[in-house]
Design a protein around this ligand. Structure first.
Ligand code: WTA
Length: 640
């Protein structure tokens, strides 16, 4: 796309959003069209009434039909929908669009046979097997609401989500191998079901896929009556299953994400707007062509895997690669080995992986041809210019544009992103808004700033892919996103606009830290730490981390009389691993006999951040502390 084409389309999308998006929506299959006056109903201003975002209301469609059946019916059934590459380089598989349709229908029929109906929740806890997107699509086909839980979350974290959304069925597999490590996923689910039952939520069925490459049936713990082997039942069902036509505003999925309190937020996306938005953003930001082989390294447990492994690409009839293993196994050249093996043309990943591969050295990249690559993408956190240049020059041989896509679980799809070729790139900038998106940068008081400026990133209007609420918590939805700055959606990110109008994301401005592109609430980690019987209080801050972007630095105060020791440090870290997951384990525990608090008892995180990053000459004014002495004490314990 040229800059002029972009500008023209962008202007139209802002001047006439209803016309712009209707035209695109019409290229999808709708059982019944939306009412013309209801293309978009919105109120983003809490002072004018409840927040409301609706797109294509009254329209009846099905996202699974549009992502799979539509291509089979059009005669593209023999096209590869998915390639699958396993943990070991000799493990692989593939599915055509027709085969995918058969598999989705069989599972959909099974789910119906056990009583899953439109609107029911289904929790999916699977690694990156093809069964993961198949399970998502099967739910969507029958109007069930999937909630995928990343297979790195702990039993407690799954239980918390199950308790919140009360699924009829949980879908998992017995185990997975990641690198050399065997992870018994079913055992983790078993523990979570015991936990959720204590909270009054009993799940009747645990459908378990036997992942023979990792663990045999016989070695799997089993609860007769509740547990069902996928392979025993699903293949017996017919490969045809009528779709459930749902309203554009019927829920499609729930995905839990971290916020600034301990309780994860159930971000709810609906069907029609999300479908149109995920597909359109995919198509333009990656300059998609039907011959592309597309690979996104994200796991379907995160939003990136929802919109850009499963829905966005399949809605475009693309060929997607699903990779189960670790990106550096058996060695740091694995990604480029995969790129050459399948002829990957579009490669979408996260800065943390780029930095880690960069550290391993270019030799691992140079060994492979990578000549199939055409477009690169980055997501998850701001990409530092050094990593950007390495990605561009070494991985992409200075010929592949990089789409640095800024967006969020809440936004459903890309919000600010380059479109390949449309304008000169600036390493580290997400550049300009996608069609229909009006980003604004506001100051502390919520006043829009123009020209070169820096402040809080908000969005002024609704877009089809926007989430519609936080499941069961409309108040938190309004308070978190719409009350901070009246009239706007508040992203929680800081942003700078330069003299050429490019956007530069500067990171979260709330109590969320971004570790390897994973959002983690400081409050969640703190609540896991204080659940440890020897921990009295905890305060968690983010610190710069060379590979992960941000690391987790935890200050802990112990219960009176308990001595600090290395064993205790380890068991505090274990508490976080078992309540959230290994990816949230603190990088550093700092013993704090006292924490810097104001006289009203508020912890001064500003000071803790400075101590954690050893910027001791920038502590600022400490005179307002109830006990200024704790600062020196903390500094003296820094290396304990
Ligand atoms: C950050 C992931 C800068 C940001 C899609 C956002 C980014 C949070 C970028 C959302 C990017 C994501 N540049 N920052 N290209 N992409 N972020 O919900 O802080 O897991 O608010 O969605 O990641 O994380 P989430």
């Amino acid at each position: 796309m040229t800059a002029n084409q972009y500008l023209e389309m962008y202007q139209r999308s802002i001047d006439d959003p209803a016309g712009f998006w209707s035209e695109i929506a019409e290229t999808f299959y709708w059982k019944q069209k939306w009412s013309p006056e209801e293309v978009c109903n919105e109120n983003l201003d809490v002072t004018k009434g409840p927040i409301k975002i609706e797109w294509f209301k009254g329209g009846k469609t099905n996202i699974c039909h549009n992502a799979v059946d539509r291509y089979v019916e059009a005669g593209d059934g023999a096209k590869i929908a998915m390639y699958w590459e396993g943990n070991e380089p000799d493990q692989d598989g593939k599915l055509t669009y027709s085969e995918l349709l058969d598999k989705v229908c069989q599972l959909a029929n099974y789910l119906k046979s056990v009583g899953v109906e439109k609107g029911d929740a289904v929790v999916i806890y699977l690694p990156m097997l093809m069964e993961l997107p198949i399970a998502m699509l099967a739910c969507a086909r029958i109007g069930a609401v999937h909630s995928v839980v990343f297979a790195g979350f702990s039993a407690d974290a799954i239980a918390q989500r199950i308790t919140d959304c009360k699924p009829k069925v949980v879908i998992t597999c017995n185990a997975v191998k990641r690198g050399q490590k065997l992870i018994p996923l079913k055992d983790i689910v078993d523990a979570s079901l015991v936990e959720s039952a204590k909270n009054g939520v009993t799940v009747g069925i645990c459908l378990t896929y036997e992942n023979q490459l990792a663990m045999k049936k016989e070695d799997t713990q089993w609860i007769a009556g509740r547990d069902v082997w996928w392979q025993d039942v699903v293949p017996n069902f017919p490969t045809r299953c009528d779709v459930e036509w749902v309203d554009a505003e019927d829920p499609l999925f729930l995905l839990y994400t971290s916020g600034s309190t301990g309780k994860p937020k159930g971000v709810l996306h609906t069907t029609g707007g999300y479908m149109v938005y995920a597909a359109t953003t995919f198509k333009h930001a990656f300059d998609y062509k039907p011959t592309d082989i597309y690979w996104c390294t994200a796991d379907c447990g995160w939003i990136t895997g929802h919109s850009y492994v499963t829905y966005g690409p399949l809605l475009n009839g693309a060929t997607v690669l699903v990779y189960e293993g670790a990106p550096n196994y058996p060695d740091p050249g694995r990604c480029w080995d995969i790129v050459d093996k399948y002829g990957v043309t579009i490669f979408y990943t996260a800065p943390t992986l780029i930095r880690s591969l960069m550290r391993d050295g270019s030799v691992y990249v140079d060994r492979y041809s990578r000549k199939s690559l055409r477009v690169l993408g980055s997501v998850g956190e701001p990409i530092n210019p050094t990593a950007w240049r390495w990605f561009y020059n070494v991985v992409g041989d200075s010929r592949c544009p990089i789409s640095d896509t800024w967006w969020q679980t809440e936004t459903g799809g890309f919000m600010i992103t380059p479109l390949p070729g449309a304008w000169p790139q600036k390493p580290g900038s997400a550049t300009f808004p996608f069609f229909g998106v009006q980003p604004v940068i506001v100051d502390e008081k919520g006043r829009e700033m123009t020209g070169e400026c820096s402040g809080y990133l908000c969005i002024k209007n609704s877009w089809p892919g926007a989430f519609r609420t936080l499941y069961g918590d409309k108040d938190r939805y309004e308070t978190t996103y719409f009350k901070p700055f009246s009239g706007y959606y508040f992203s929680g990110d800081g942003c700078r606009r330069d003299k050429d109008g490019y956007h530069w994301l500067t990171g979260r401005v709330d109590d969320v830290i971004n570790v390897s592109g994973h959002r983690i609430g400081t409050a969640e980690v703190e609540s896991a730490l204080v659940s440890h019987p020897k921990c009295a209080e905890a305060a968690v801050v983010g610190i710069d981390h060379e590979v992960k972007g941000q690391g987790i630095y935890a200050f802990v105060t112990l219960v009176d009389g308990v001595p600090y020791s290395d064993d205790l440090r380890k068991s505090l870290i274990m508490a976080v691993r078992s309540q959230i997951g290994a990816f949230a384990a603190p990088d550093k525990i700092h013993w704090a006999p006292g924490l810097p608090k104001t006289r009203s008892g508020k912890i001064m995180r500003r000071i803790l951040r400075k101590i954690a990053s050893r910027q001791l000459d920038e502590l600022g004014d400490t005179s307002t502390l109830a006990d200024p002495g704790v600062v020196d004490q903390l500094i003296s314990l820094s290396d304990s």
